[in-house]
Design a protein around this ligand. Structure first.
Ligand code: PMV
Length: 323
């Protein structure tokens, strides 16, 4: 049995749309920060039973279930790489503060790739692990690494993987993960992004602007400029969400509280605090700020929304084998 722990990440320049759905190749590079508060632990054992005789088994949240097609895809690749034909038993647990409403596919597939490949006797490089994790979920390709990470879109299977931009992170950046709604999202990210690709006239402009924002984001990270990182991330997030609002038919991941918090963030900035908002394929905002500003920012938010729950994250590490 091999057990791995992988941390989730928040995209600062987002991945939103696949050039190749079959190979999971995105249209543009993306840049993320791995977070230290949310992680998945997964153990994998390959038994003596061959896959012809028995199906893989998955134990999650206290019960046995069939693995999802995405899990099978990753396990099949592991078996192919290792020349193995055995049944896998997978046990997985998410460590996310109660009702955090945070998507965990990034940490889940990075942990599965690391534990599964090691259990199969493989010793993969971080590049190979990133490629493997990408087949479960695009954002998982970035959770293989810690700190600031860039996923190179590439053009085919072997050229699409994540690399480190900066780890460890020597400046005090924080991400406050806020929860306005912890219900599962109605439109999953894969369906949402491909709808934008096919039905938003703004989609080509999204790819162009996201690509143009990569160099300024890399420079802001290299300079440790938290305000600039936040400014670029907020603009990029709104440009991504503009592709859902402009699709035909249109849709949105925003909840009323999401917009309320965005407005509060803009007010907080007028009071001289550096605070910026980003959000993924769901309504829960993540605020980017400096560690020393977390207290004053939460005080301001609580004046308007007394029950708002938040978790303060700092840069997190790369995937690790823990058992
Ligand atoms: O990797 P997926 O299928 O969970 O899609 C991730 C999409 C976003 O979270 C919205 C953006 C990103 O780059 O993580």
């Amino acid at each position: 049995m091999t057990k791995a722990r992988a941390y989730t990440n928040i995209a600062l320049i987002k991945y939103w749309g696949k050039r190749s759905v079959a190979e999971m190749i995105p249209f543009n590079n993306s840049i993320s920060l791995t977070l230290d508060q949310f992680y998945t632990e997964t153990s994998v054992t390959f038994t003596d039973a061959t896959t012809q005789q028995a199906a893989d088994r998955f134990y999650f949240a206290g019960q046995w279930q069939a693995p999802t097609p995405k899990m099978t895809r990753v396990l099949t690749r592991i078996r192919d790489l290792a020349g193995l034909n055995r049944q896998a038993i997978i046990k997985s647990k998410n460590f996310v503060p109660t009702s955090a409403g945070l998507a965990s596919s990034a940490s889940a597939f990075a942990a599965l790739a690391a534990a599964g490949s090691r259990a199969a006797g493989l010793s993969l490089s971080s590049r190979e692990l990133s490629i493997l994790a990408r087949h479960g979920s695009g954002s998982a390709s970035r959770s293989v690494l810690g700190g600031f990470v860039e996923w190179q879109a590439g053009t085919d299977d072997q050229s699409s993987y994540a690399t480190n931009l900066l780890d460890p992170v020597p400046f005090p950046i924080a991400v406050i993960a806020l929860v306005v709604n912890s219900a599962p999202k109605k439109i999953l990210s894969t369906a949402g992004m491909q709808h934008s690709v096919a039905h938003s006239p703004f989609y080509p402009a999204w790819v162009q602007t996201a690509t143009a924002a990569l160099a300024p984001m890399r420079a802001a990270i290299a300079q440790g400029d938290i305000a600039q990182i936040g400014t670029l991330a907020e603009t990029n997030a709104m440009q991504m969400h503009a592709t859902t609002l402009s699709a035909n038919p249109p849709f949105t991941y925003f909840a009323p509280e999401t917009l309320m918090i965005w407005q509060l963030v803009q007010e907080i900035r007028t009071k001289g605090l550096s605070c910026y908002l980003t959000l993924d394929a769901g309504p829960n905002p993540k605020l980017i700020c400096a560690m020393q500003d977390v207290g004053p920012i939460m005080t301001q938010l609580h004046q308007a929304l007394p029950n708002l729950a938040g978790t303060v994250c700092q840069p997190g590490p790369a995937v690790q084998i823990i058992d």
